[in-house]
Every structure is written in structure tokens, then in C-alpha cells.
Design a protein around this ligand. Structure first.
Ligand SMILES: Nc1ncnc2c1ncn2[C@@H]1O[C@H](COP(=O)(O)OP(=O)(O)O)[C@@H](O)[C@H]1O
Ligand SMILES: [Mg+2]
Length: 407
């Protein structure tokens, strides 16, 4: 995916990473949620692709594989996600990719390894933390089988494989943190300058204070920047100060950076209206985001009407809690990892998640049924693209169906 905003800072990190990737076949970016691992991995992979094509080298591809949606999984489950991303399909006919339990046969990792054997590929395996053992096992197999393969993984911890190079993603340098904050604040606040030197002295001090308070964590900076419009930077700095004064007593134990991010997401959450909260926590039932139709089907229900969903989602986008990316059927709405984790917690606290999961299951079952007769012959391509985009949701729906049948 092409990020919609420019990368701020990270020049040294990109140089270091490119050197590492030249000498190591497995590099893992680690660091706390929201620090910018995914963003840096995408930038590094893009740079690899550009320099390969400039050198006139033939690269079979640079691919971003997203594991964030998978809650638990075997190496075969992960292999399926990789294969779907790369467009590698099994020869055996399968009417409903992603939804038949028979698609995850034990040999899939091996078939994938074989398919990659003669290719030069860079795989970005994003968000390995939930599935670190399976990801390690799969990565090990793939790297052993495919000599032209390199893997750039991201996660809160390393995979623990021999030969793995670890790269700790640091928070942004103070000057870059200020730049990111100014960029985001300017984007959402009419009249607010992008240039860090433009505001007057007290405002510049307030901005520096905010960035320091937020530990230079990009996600925290983005969330806070959405409040500049309502509060201005000086008031925002004061409010953050109060907040952290309260929080340092409440939440000892957690590492400081996690505490910061949690505090900022908490704060963003508290500022939402009730219907926005409902939509945000129900959106978390999706895996790898969803399109508008799914958001309407899954988020509408008690407290929110279907025709309000678009409006509420748009407001969450404005608050940086939901990210819009281009998908095969129009915009897709996704939650960043840390926001999704937070929203899932809230979903479980605040309502019966079964009803939400049932609506999710119904929606994706209907999609699978609608797709089935259209997967052969002319017109199959858009449907295949659509099912690929929804592979995570189809898998989640299948898990839910299996759980329901077993209960
Ligand atoms: N260097 C950067 N420049 C601009 N935006 C960034 C940068 N690093 C992170 N971000 C933004 O901050 C948010 C969190 O980053 P992300 O890469 O998702 O963190 P992580 O993967 O570590 O949880 C995203 O919205 C991302 O676009
Ligand atoms: Mg990430």
C-alpha cells in the first residue's frame, strides 16, 4: 500500500536497514505499538524495490503480508495468508478460498516454499507478535528452501531464529516528532502552519512540550494533533500535562512508552461521542479492515442506525482512529494495531461481542455465497481480488462459525 502521508525523519534508520538487508536474509523490526515499525518496514521495502529496479535487476517482487488479523495460527494458516498475498494459488479447485477448512492442508508451507524457490523475493511480514512461533517456523522453512528470499518482519519481539538481525525502532527524534505533529495538526486545523518555525515562542514551547510528553511516538502524536483544532496547542499541552500527572500515579508497572500510548488512546476515546465509540469498537471485529458495506452491516445495531455509520466512520477517520486505504471495492477502513487492540478490549467490556460477531459472520457468509458462482469464467478477476482482500475476514467468520457449531 502506498502511504498517503510523507515519511517524516527515519533517514538514518533507512540507511542502516538497507545495509542490514544487503547482508542478512532475516531482519526483524521490533518496538512498542505505534512507534512506526510498519511504516518504516514499508518505506524500507519500497526503497529496496526502487534501488533494484534502478540497478536494472530483475526482482520477482517485494510484498507486504499483513498478519495483524490472525489471532492464532499454525504455520499453514500463515502460509495461506502469504500465498494469497502473492497470488499463488493451489491447483486443486476450491470453491471458496479462505473459507473452506480444507485449504489449510499441512503441506501448504512446503508448497509455498517451492513456489518461492527460484524467485528473488522480499517478504515484509507485518505484525508477527500474535503468531510469533508460527511465523518463526514458517520463516525458517521458507528461508531454508528459497535461497533468493529475504524477510523483513515486524513485531513487538524478535522471531528468535538463528541469523536474525534485530533492529530496534526508536521513537522519532525530537525535531522529527515536532515535524510530524505540525504536519498532522496543519492537515486537520485550518490556518495552522506546517512550518515548525512559524508559531510564536510560547506556541513553539507548547508543541515541544507535547512532543516530549508523548515520547516521540508517532501514533500518539497523530492522535493528539487531531485535537489542535478544538484546543489550540497551548491548551492541549496543559491538558496533556494534567493527564499524565494523573496517570503516572494510576498505572505504574507498564513500560513508559506503552503507558503513553494507552493514555493517549484513552483520552481520544473519552472525547468520542457514544455512537462513535460504538462504531469504533464494532469495527474491531474485522480483520484487515473492511469496506463500507461491511462496516454498515457489522456496526449498525443497538445504538447506531445503518445510515449513520458512514458519517460516524468519517468522524473516526478525522480523529486518526480509523485509517482509509484503497481497496478493490472502494475505500477500506482499518484500525491500526494498537487502536484495534484497545477497541477490542472495549468491545468485550461494553457489550456482548457475540451479537457483533454474528453480524460479521452473516455478512461474510453472504459474500462468500455471492462470490461462489462467479469464481469461474469471465468476470472472476474482480471477485478473486475481492476475496483476497477479505481473506482475513472470511477466516475470522469461519472460526466463528466453527465455534458456534461446537458450542
Ligand atoms: N516516520 C513517520 N512519518 C510519518 N508518519 C509515521 C511515521 N512513523 C509512523 N507514522 C504513523 O504513525 C502511525 C503508527 O505507525 P505504525 O507504523 O503503524 O506503528 P507500529 O507498526 O509500530 O505499531 C501510523 O499512522 C503511521 O502512518
Ligand atoms: Mg504495525
Amino acid at each position: 500500500p502506498v502511504p498517503l502521508t510523507p515519511l517524516v525523519g527515519r533517514r538514518q534508520a533507512l540507511t542502516d536497514l538497507s545495509r542490514l538487508l544487503a547482508n542478512t536474509r532475516l531482519v526483524t523490526l521490533t518496538g512498542p505499538g505505534g512507534v512506526g515499525k510498519t511504516r518504516l518496514a514499508v518505506a524500507a521495502a519500497t526503497a529496496e524495490r526502487d534501488s533494484a529496479s534502478q540497478a536494472g535487476e530483475l526482482v520477482d517482487g517485494v510484498w507486504l503480508v499483513e498478519f495483524s488479523g490472525i489471532r492464532a495460527g499454525t504455520p499453514a494458516d500463515l502460509a495461506q495468508v502469504v500465498a494469497a498475498t502473492l497470488g499463488i494459488r493451489d491447483d486443486a479447485p476450491r470453491p471458496l478460498p479462505g473459507i473452506s477448512p480444507f485449504t489449510t492442508t499441512p503441506s501448504l508451507p512446503h508448497r509455498l516454499a517451492t513456489a518461492l524457490r527460484d524467485r528473488r523475493t522480499l517478504l515484509v511480514l507485518d505484525n508477527c507478535e500474535h503468531v510469533v512461533d508460527a511465523a518463526a517456523e514458517l520463516t525458517d522453512l521458507l528461508l531454508r528452501t528459497a535461497p533468493g528470499l529475504r524477510v523483513l518482519a515486524t513485531g513487538q519481539e524478535p522471531l528468535g531464529l538463528a541469523g536474525e538481525a534485530m533492529f530496534l525502532v526508536e521513537p522519532l527524534q525530537p525535531a522529527d516528532a515536532v515535524r510530524l505533529f505540525m504536519e498532522r495538526a496543519a492537515a486537520s486545523t485550518p490556518g495552522f502552519p506546517r512550518d515548525p518555525d512559524a508559531p510564536d515562542e510560547p506556541e513553539r514551547r507548547a508543541v515541544a512540550e507535547i512532543c516530549r510528553r508523548l515520547d516521540g511516538i508517532p501514533l500518539a502524536l497523530e492522535l493528539a494533533a487531531t485535537r489542535v483544532r478544538a484546543l489550540g496547542v497551548r491548551e492541549l499541552a496543559v491538558r496533556l500535562n494534567d493527564r499524565f500527572r494523573v496517570l503516572t500515579f494510576g498505572q505504574r508497572g507498564a513500560p513508559a512508552r506503552q503507558q503513553t500510548l494507552r493514555a493517549v488512546i484513552d483520552w481520544s476515546w473519552e472525547l468520542l461521542g457514544a455512537p462513535e465509540r460504538i462504531v469504533l469498537r464494532r469495527l474491531a471485529a474485522h480483520t484487515d479492515g473492511c469496506d463500507l458495506a461491511a462496516a454498515e452491516a457489522v456496526c449498525a445495531g443497538e445504538g447506531v442506525a445503518r445510515d449513520e455509520v458512514l458519517d460516524l466512520v468519517t468522524r473516526l477517520v478525522d480523529r486518526s482512529l480509523v485509517v482509509v486505504v484503497a481497496g478493490p471495492t472502494g475505500p477500506r477502513y482499518r484500525l491500526l494495531e494498537s487502536v484495534a487492540a484497545y477497541a477490542t478490549e472495549r468491545l468485550h467490556e461494553m457489550e456482548d461481542p457475540t451479537a457483533v460477531r454474528d453480524r460479521h459472520l452473516l455478512h461474510y457468509r453472504a459474500l462468500a455465497e455471492q462470490a461462489e458462482p462467479r469464481l469461474r469464467g469471465a468476470g472472476q478477476r474482480p471477485w478473486l481480488a475481492r476475496l483476497d482482500a477479505e481473506a482475513g475476514n472470511l477466516r475470522t467468520a469461519l472460526d466463528e462459525a466453527v465455534r458456534g457449531a461446537g458450542a
